[in-house]
Design a binder for this molecule. Structure first.
Ligand SMILES: NC(=O)c1ccc[n+]([C@@H]2O[C@H](COP(=O)([O-])OP(=O)(O)OC[C@H]3O[C@@H](n4cnc5c(N)ncnc54)[C@H](O)[C@@H]3O)[C@@H](O)[C@H]2O)c1
Length: 351
């Protein structure tokens, strides 16, 4: 058990998502933001000033600080694994933004390094903490759906050309991936969490409208080991703005649709004798969050603090974050080969 009352945090990468990290850490009584890091000096300085933290330009320097217990990684996706592995070797617990890495080899090496160094690894799939998703998961765990038949994860969002040109890593194969790997991964994580494990995958991707290396539209079908079927629809081309991120789960005795801008609102809730419950759920609904990032970062960071203090796994450990990554890489493989892909997706393990 970690006896420290407040855990020291360092945030690596001071871009668009980073305020969700810094502001959450500042708001948690058991956490103290000590350091921030960005390779762009103005960004590191700006964050350091705003959040009263020490700025660093090189994450390796930040990792030398003994008072840092946990680092959160919010850099481009292609270097998550490298930074996470260095942090684990420095004895820091690791919270990594999604996707945890761009390949399964990198993911496995990150998981292994964290395990060998006795540090926790958490992947930031904050939508698992949405109120709507928590009630869905409870219903599923209580067996209220009966036999699960099928589900669908749809992301209908708009990322315009300006979004993709604001940083050179966006939409690239090695650093970002396309709409599946960047935007839809949260919903794919939820679909596989509810219906998984996945048996096989078939899908198509295309670069329809944006000037990027990877896909801006994709469709896929999953077959789960329990026999259920899953559909994935992912698009960053939706005109003229974000419309919805929706998760549908259907079973013999239950139907649930969680929609809103980022799977934050229960839209359909049908179970035997669920009228009173439905009214309560609908009355307690939150409005759409101001951004599709939602409200979950604080809770997932709080969960990591508890995981460290109580020496238990975090809510979304590396092994769990790896699952959506594997599904997406399998869809990419289908696009290349034209063939369905059976999981596990075997890649050479790099040691
Ligand atoms: N959980 C979510 O909902 C969510 C939302 C948005 C982004 N993300 C993820 O967060 C990550 C960052 O996305 P973003 O939109 O904030 O990107 P961004 O480009 O706005 O920010 C990334 C920052 O990292 C810095 N950086 C690059 N290499 C670095 C290094 N080696 N050391 C330190 N800093 C470095 C860049 O200078 C930049 O400021 C991505 O992996 C993305 O997929 C997650």
């Amino acid at each position: 058990m970690n006896k420290k009352e407040k855990l020291g945090f360092g945030v690596i990468g001071c871009g668009r998502i980073a305020p969700k990290h810094t502001e959450s850490i500042m708001a948690i009584p058991d956490a103290e933001l000590l350091a921030v890091c960005d390779i762009i000096p103005e960004k590191a300085q700006d964050f350091a000033g705003k959040y009263n933290a020490q700025p660093y330009l090189d994450y390796k320097e930040l990792l030398k600080r003994e008072d840092i217990d946990v680092v959160t990684i919010a850099t481009p996706s292609g270097n998550h694994a490298e930074i996470g592995i260095a942090a684990a070797r420095a004895g820091k617990h690791v919270m990594v933004e999604k996707p945890m890495s761009m390949t399964l080899q990198q993911a496995d090496l990150l998981i292994k390094t964290c395990r060998e160094n006795g540090v926790k690894l958490g992947v930031i799939h904050q939508n698992r903490f949405n109120k709507s998703i928590k009630v869905l998961r409870e219903a599923l765990e209580a067996g209220r759906f009966g036999k699960l038949t099928h589900g669908q994860a749809s992301v209908r969002w708009n990322r315009n050309e300006e979004y993709y040109t604001q940083a050179p890593w966006r939409g690239t194969k090695l650093q970002d991936g396309g709409v599946l790997m960047n935007q839809s991964i949260h919903n794919i994580d939820l679909l596989q969490w509810m219906l998984g494990p996945v048996d096989s995958v078939f899908g198509y991707t295309q670069t329809a409208l944006r000037n990027i290396e990877m896909e801006d539209v994709a469709g896929a079908v999953l077959k789960f080991k329990n026999g259920a079927i899953g559909l994935i629809e992912a698009a960053s081309t939706i005109y003229p703005k974000n419309i919805e991120e929706t998760l549908n789960i259907f079973g013999e005795t239950g139907s649930a649709i969680i929609g809103g801008i980022a799977v934050n609102r229960v839209e359909v809730w049908e179970f035997p004798d669920s009228e009173e419950e439905k009214k309560k759920i609908f009355t307690a609904q939150e409005n759409d969050p101001p951004t599709v990032y939602g409200f979950g970062h604080r809770e997932i960071i709080e969960d990591m603090i508890q995981a460290v203090k109580l020496d238990r796994p975090p809510a979304v450990p590396g092994e769990e974050g790896r699952k959506a990554l594997e599904v997406i890489l399998a869809i990419y493989k289908c696009q290349e080969t034209g063939q369905p892909v059976k999981l596990p997706l075997i890649e050479d393990i790099v040691d």
